[in-house]
Design a protein around this ligand. Structure first.
Ligand SMILES: *Cc1c(COP(=O)(O)O)cnc(C)c1O
Length: 372
């Protein structure tokens, strides 16, 4: 990455956009959450209008809804951790817009939901779902707008940035105008970002992370991601350094998604009926993570940690976050039951076949000791 390029102000061409979203207009944004905010603003809803959203999501999504002057309205999820179609049906009269999340890259019931909300503006949250497909079409092409994230812990992880995909021409006009008024990050911010992403790249390289997490206490790990993320007041364009790296990084991610898909499929085969996990069939998933739904989640997490395998309790604070945004206890029973049972198992492109076999071995060993 040449620092001098950060000064240039040309638009960067990303050929993959044409393949993934042939009909859409693409805008790069500072984050996926800010993309949600701009799309919601562009819908032109009245103040405090209700946006249907699942509670099992990133707190920054809820922050984006309120930053747009709107109110989250929580709708329950299904076994695949995405919006439950029946629940959408029963709540549709109460909402003015909807966010459909492809959690962990596993596609939501797009056809079912589309049939219920033809009259409402909808955003697809594809923060986990780059290269996932629904009926042979890339996610992000099915509703008015979609967001993707390149932040830390996303696929690909570029240390920040996001993408807003617009499929509705009149919405695009309003959003283009709005985005053109945003300031660019200052040179100082650009430089800080380059240093930060370099440090993160070293720290989050697969092997050191593996070791670091082994040393960190469970208490620290549980509390690390508790804070609510709100970027409501942060308004600027995507970092130039991220924009410049995007084209190459996305090509790389496309290949990595194929490897991950192989990893996820093979882990699913090895675990068979011994575990409950999210499955992709008949659609295509990027296997950004392999997701178990496990009664004994916390014990399993500890067991794997002892073996040097780092699993993740993704969005483990989602209930606390949702309550901070007005969630009423009992309103989404499936979500409340599942939120403490979700464990993500590493299956990303950097996990070797040998490690994958080891992971499956210990998972099956745990199951032997703790039958379902
Ligand atoms: C991380 C995340 C976001 C927000 O992405 P940012 O680029 O960090 O704003 C939105 N939705 C989901 C489901 C996420 O996990």
């Amino acid at each position: 990455m040449g620092v001098q390029n950060v000064f240039r102000d040309e638009k960067v061409a990303v050929p993959l956009f044409q393949t993934l979203f042939p009909e859409a207009q693409i805008h790069l944004t500072e984050s996926a959450a800010s993309g949600i905010k701009y799309a919601l603003e562009g819908f032109g809803l009245k103040k405090n209008a209700r946006v249907g959203v699942q509670a099992y999501t990133c707190s920054s999504v809820l922050g984006a809804i309120t930053a747009a002057g709107l109110t989250p309205f929580f709708i329950d999820t299904n076994q695949n951790l995405s919006l439950d179609t029946e629940a959408v049906m029963s709540k549709v009269a109460h909402i003015d817009a909807l966010i459909v999340t492809h959690t962990f890259g596993f596609t939501a019931d797009i056809a079912g939901i589309k049939a219920i909300v033809p009259h409402l503006p909808v955003i697809e949250d594809c923060a986990h779902a780059l290269f996932s497909q629904y009926e042979h079409r890339s996610v992000g092409t099915f509703f008015d707008a979609a967001v993707f994230s390149f932040g830390n812990g996303k696929f690909p992880s570029l240390g920040g940035g996001g993408m807003l995909v617009i499929n509705n021409p009149s919405l695009n006009e309003r959003i283009t105008k709005r985005l053109s008024t945003l300031p660019r990050p200052t040179l100082w911010q650009e430089l800080k970002q380059i240093v930060k992403s370099y440090a993160k790249a070293v720290m989050y390289a697969p092997l050191p992370q593996w070791m670091i997490n082994k040393i960190l206490s469970e208490r620290y790990l549980n509390n690390r991601n508790k804070n609510i993320i709100s970027r409501g007041n942060q308004e600027f364009k995507i970092y130039k350094s991220i924009e410049l790296s995007l084209s190459a990084k996305l090509e790389e991610a496309k290949k990595n998604a194929v490897v991950q898909n192989g990893n996820g499929t093979s882990l699913a085969q090895m675990l068979g009926r011994n575990y409950e996990f999210l499955t992709a069939d008949p659609n295509k998933v990027n296997y950004f993570a392999f997701v178990l739904i496990e009664e004994e989640r916390d014990r399993l997490c500890r067991y794997l940690k002892e073996k040097g395998i780092m699993s993740g309790k993704h969005f483990q604070h989602a209930l606390t976050w949702a309550m901070a945004y007005g969630y009423a206890l009992g309103s989404c029973p499936v979500f409340e039951k599942q939120v403490n049972h979700i464990l993500t198992i590493p299956c990303n492109y950097s996990v070797s076949k040998r490690d994958l076999n080891r992971i499956a071995h210990y998972l099956l060993e745990f199951r032997n000791i703790n039958p379902q």
